[in-house]
Design a binder for this molecule. Sequence first.
Ligand code: SF4
Length: 278
Amino acid sequence: MPPTPAPPDQPDQPDDTDHAADTDTDTPAFPAPRAADVSTLDTALAHCRACPRLVAWREEAGRIKRKSFADWDYWARPVAGFGPSDAALLLVGLAPAAHGGNRTGRMFTGDRSGDVLVAALHDLGLANQAESTAADDGLRLYGVRFTAPVHCAPPDNKPTPDERDTCRPWLVRELTLLRPTVRAIVVLGSFGWQALFPALTAAGWQVPRPRPKFGHGVRVDIPSATPGATPLALFGSYHVSQQNTFTGRLTPAMLRDVLAAAARAAGLRPAAPKPGRH
Ligand code: SF4
């Protein structure tokens, strides 16, 4: 297999010398609010090295590799959001997987989680194909964007609270830039649910107090802090992790139901799944 190409809709693979003046020592709190658009944000994010433990982990995963991916050049950098910058529906996960997004350079790509999620979106007519295998596989999302509260692969898929908080400015800025179009969010799992609320507040929405509890199928309407502005419909779904999908805790039908409800709330028109889909 040839080296992994730079993910489309994301910045080119940076070399070691092209960011001498940026984020080696900075936190995202400096560059993120200055990003004028989503593309600029994604480019700046790809250079971030603010979390020493995660930088070491993502790079080690790229050196050691999984045996089945031994001939891949891992991305081994922060993984930006994926999908149109005027998305109406945002899907918020947890963090890239060490041998999935961290390998391919695209969120929900190259692992079982991505397979399940993208197949569900395809069933609903929200993606052009059912597979998500590599950054150059031609996947297109329609009105939908992926992102995460933590953009680097963490050991055991468990970022620390400090790492989550350090990464927050990227999410706050992404939400702020998406505000003109985003109308619904699906959060995959309780980690993302908890991580999203302070980012929503910082981006201009009024999160209810006490904070709503996470649950699969839960819907919460979040008003804007700006009077008269369109509210946001927030949905919870179990994460598309192997642990949930292999055990049947999250079935394709359960996932499709939440995605379809959120898509309708976002003003999209999800298709009815083909008969016989489980
Ligand atoms: S997790 Fe976020 S803040 Fe930390 S290094 Fe990665 S992109 Fe930067």
